[in-house]
Design a protein around this ligand. Structure first.
Ligand code: NAP
Length: 318
């Protein structure tokens, strides 16, 4: 079974650790709000706030000392994450395509990683797993292409900022995520055997869910962009206002909820039993939950008429 059994859960442990860090930040924020949200922007408290907040949720928080402001970069640099992801994951995709369809072999560093992670000699690997991993890498790459296109041509960025640590983390994330997918390839390399395109029920459900969640995420990002545009499409403001329509009627951050659904859809596409990928899903869940809670607070604090029934992140639940 991919991602479990003999495989030392090195990757799974790393993603779980990241998930736990974001969960801890979320709990800290909710359990100790006075201590953690009342900071002046300096010291440990300021650093904590600086590392968990970005964009609009950073703005209203305390006064940043000059040295901290030096560590900030424009939030519009989010675009770089997707440039890196399209290039890196596109490169991995081509490599995997050659290995699986054209009888080539995976790059030696991937084989070393497989050895280091104990992924060789898995007798129960099946041809379907090869296809599932290829599909997930393709979905990840398409997701990055769409997000890049949205950053370039849909979203309207203000002058919001992110911490340089968050920026470097974001770049590393998109390298790590594609590499994690590639590490799920069974190592009984197919050595030119004809590649079986075996479509299973979980591929169909996974891809359907992926398309559905991606459509809603895109719609929600268009709604956010339109808040800053006139009817003719001209950017008329860089302010933050209250979004309405689509999943915004239920939650403050439907695009974050959709992101989690996209990663769940990849887990389904992998056949539901890949433990490593469920650890990635946990990471995305807590990372996006933290951002959603901060965003929800921002709306409630700044807009007195903010719809009371709206949850932060998960419709009817959270
Ligand atoms: N997988 C991951 O680990 C991960 C991590 C982070 C983000 N993401 C994904 O990346 C996407 C973007 O995330 P994000 O955190 O940048 O979302 P975001 O803060 O909501 O920003 C999205 C866009 O909408 C604008 N915007 C936000 N709220 C607005 C409002 N009230 N009025 C007008 N414009 C508004 C933003 O402008 P400004 O902020 O410039 O003002 C930005 O251009 C999401 O789909 C998210 O799921 C994924």
């Amino acid at each position: 079974m991919a991602g479990s059994g003999a495989m030392p859960a090195v990757l799974g442990a790393a993603w779980s650790l990241l998930a736990a860090a974001f969960l801890a930040a979320l709990v800290l924020l909710r359990r100790a709000p006075a201590w953690l949200t009342g900071g002046s922007g300096g010291g440990l408290c300021g650093l904590f706030q600086d590392l968990i907040r970005y964009g609009k949720t950073k703005g209203g928080y305390g006064q940043h000392p000059a040295w901290l402001r030096l560590l900030q970069v424009p939030k519009r640099w989010f675009t770089h994450f997707y440039v890196v992801s399209v290039l890196w994951n596109g490169f991995l995709l081509i490599w995997l395509f050659q290995a699986e369809f054209l009888g080539g072999s995976l790059p030696s560093w991937i084989q070393h990683m497989h050895h280091a992670l104990g992924r060789d000699s898995q007798s129960e690997d099946t041809d379907i797993q090869h296809f599932s991993v290829f599909m997930v890498l393709l979905l990840l790459w398409l997701h990055s292409c769409r997000r890049l296109a949205e950053c370039l041509w849909t979203s309207v960025f203000s002058n919001g900022v992110i911490h340089i640590v968050q920026y470097c983390f974001g770049l590393a994330y998109y390298i790590a995520i594609g590499s994690t997918v590639l590490c799920q390839v069974p190592t009984n390399v197919r050595k030119g055997k004809e590649f079986p395109v075996q479509i299973c029920w979980y591929h169909i459900i996974g891809v359907t869910m992926y398309i559905w969640a991606s459509l809603h995420q895109h719609r929600c990002l268009v709604i956010l962009a339109n808040l800053r545009k006139s009817k003719s499409g001209k950017v008329v403001s860089l302010n933050h206002s209250v979004p309405f329509g689509d999943w915004f009627e239920r939650v403050s951050c439907p695009h974050y909820f959709a992101e989690v659904l996209i990663y769940v859809s990849m887990s389904i596409t992998l056949g539901l039993h890949n433990v490593t990928w469920w650890c990635v899903v946990m990471y995305v869940l807590f990372n996006q939950a933290l951002a959603a809670v901060l965003c929800h607070e921002f709306y409630q604090k700044n807009f007195s008429s903010y719809p009371k029934h709206r949850k932060a992140f998960i419709p009817f639940v959270f």
